[in-house]
Design a protein around this ligand. Sequence first.
Ligand code: FAD
Length: 282
Amino acid sequence: MRLSFEFFPPRTPQGRAGLLGVAERLNRFRPAFFSVTYGANGSTREGTADTVQRLLDHGMATAPHLSMGGDDEEQIQALVDEYLGAGVRRIVALRGDSSSDVGSARFLNNAEALVRVIRSHCGDALQLEVAGYPDVHPEAASPASDLEFLKRKVDAGANGIITQYFYHPYAFFDFRRRAEAAGIGVPIVPGIMPLTNFARFVRFSKDCGADVPRWLYKRLEAYREDERALQEFGIDVVTRLCQDLIDAGVPGLHFYTLNRWGATTRICENLRLPADPAADHS
Ligand code: FAD
């Protein structure tokens, strides 16, 4: 089971100081890599590179996210060279969420273009992961065209797919089945978002177009005044989701940790994923 844990670059000195501790706690599950997001239009260029470097310095395999955003080809190539020099062996290649005023011009800079730029610059020196959408990308003209763009990213040289989070396993199974039927042969790893806070979860889901099933919304809403009970419920729901996915043979799990270790750790423990007891912090 390939595990990976996603972080965002911390915005405060306290966040920066705390993140290594979070990574150390999660590292006991022996993840294949940690990944670090890249803000829209390169807004966290330094923050992402700095976070990646600090994780690498502590011996943790780390994959920066990278998007075309505000960067031109040469800037992308320079950043890729920097990462290669630092020991990065995997990048999550994305279009990125640019501001809506860019309009349709943003499609010129899609993730397929980024995969092509990176591949033509450094050959096979990097594993490239791209994003997939079991609930269909909100800007997709249709599920079929969404899949077509995914296939183009893979044909351009992506080695694997990490999905947006979702809460109905059948959405993932349907997506995987359609991807395989379309000739997409690379591993598809589901993205997992632990449920820990009602307002934040609803906001994120709205922003990224992830579907929140009505039953789940209603159940979480009922716990909105009781964060502890919501967290217990969330851990239970997400553990069951992960178990269904594991039973269906997924090659890995990618956790959107939001720079926290608690819920992700509980879920991994519930799933009895192999952990290194020597590194147990609990
Ligand atoms: P693309 O694959 O280029 O496009 C997404 C969809 O847009 C396509 O499936 C297709 O439906 C449509 N589309 C693309 N090109 C065209 C075209 N030429 N014509 C018509 N339609 C088109 N965002 C960040 O800003 N920073 C991050 O670090 C980040 N990390 C992420 C990690 C994961 C695992 C995932 C799943 C998402 C992440 N995102 C991140 C969000 C992502 O940037 C957004 O979902 C973005 O809107 C699409 O990015 P993409 O790489 O999937 O784009």
